[in-house]
Design a protein around this ligand. Structure first.
Ligand code: IPD
Length: 282
């Protein structure tokens, strides 16, 4: 790592490439090896918070590839990977984001891989250096590195693919015309609070979408195929890669304070961010 613990430009280019390669491999794996009937292996925080054998297998594959390429980096994975590392870089991994969609064969799930500096356990204490969100159903990988823009490439292509498409957030300015993505947690009390917030949000916007994958919600904000997104209760692995994708596509990602996190994550074009945030903060 170089100045202030940030990796040099050359290293960042390589980190982005690794994000794209490993996300594409995991994407092919979870799509092509999906059993006809996906079984729930265990539940986590509640009965609705499920883990399938494919979540665990995908995380293992990603973990192996990352450690083989970058043995000194840390890894934090949704399904339990927690390696400290000594390089100052940590990989933040969601092996299947949108697990409930995956379970029901609804084609809105993703693999999210980001590499960050700082302490992921501290809200506002970490910065995303590069990230990729692979969408197995659309056979594409969305990727970004800080300062390099947000891009979509075909699955199997590298980050510098000449057929890559640059992403830009929507230019919508009016809340009443905003198509707003949101999501809900797994705990009953959280859902009750979120239902209350929706009584305020739904009458104020064009409509809401509950796509079922936070990573894909953020991708959609980055590519302007929804106008904005807001959700409470996200974990770093749900939002890390998508956060950078939105910022590099010209959007703003924030929370109740300056940073997104458990309390609230809002992702929107600059023209909408304050209004969307105040809708959710109340
Ligand atoms: C969930 C999805 C969902 C969001 C939840 C997340 P998972 O992640 O991103 O859209 O509403 O907050 O926990 O459990 O499918 O990896």
């Amino acid at each position: 790592t170089g100045d202030a613990g940030q990796p040099s430009g050359e290293v960042v280019v390589e980190l982005e490439r690794l994000c794209v390669e490993v996300a594409a491999e995991a994407s092919r794996f979870i799509r092509d090896e999906r059993p006809d009937r996906v079984r729930v292996a265990q539940t986590k925080s509640t009965e609705t918070d499920v883990v399938t054998l494919m979540d665990t297998a995908s995380e293992r594959l990603i973990h192996e590839r990352l450690l083989a390429a970058r043995p000194d980096d840390g890894i934090l994975g949704e399904e339990g990977a927690d390696v400290a590392g000594s390089s100052g870089l940590t990989w933040v991994v969601d092996p299947i984001d949108g697990t409930v969609n995956y379970l029901y064969d609804i084609p809105a799930y993703a693999v999210s891989i980001a590499v960050v500096t700082g302490d992921v356990s501290v809200a506002g204490g970490w910065t995303v250096v590069a990230g990729a969100v692979a969408d197995p159903s659309r056979r594409v990988v969305h990727h970004a590195r800080r300062g390099g823009g947000s891009w979509t490439v075909a699955e199997g292509e590298g980050p510098d693919s000449r057929t890559g498409r640059a992403l830009h957030v929507s230019d919508e300015t009016l809340l009443a015309r905003t198509l707003l993505a949101t999501g809900f947690g797994y705990a009953a009390e959280t859902r009750a609070r979120q239902a209350e917030v929706m009584t305020r949000v739904l009458p104020a916007v064009r409509d809401i979408r509950r796509i079922g994958s936070a990573a894909l919600d953020l991708v959609r904000v980055a590519e302007g195929t929804v106008d904005a997104y807001a959700e409470a209760g996200l974990n770093p692995w749900d939002l890390a890669a998508g956060w950078l994708l939105v910022e590099e596509a010209g959007g703003i990602v924030t929370g109740t304070g300056r940073h997104p996190g458990k309390e609230l994550t809002v992702a929107a074009p600059p023209s909408l961010v304050d209004e969307v945030k105040s809708l959710f903060v109340g």
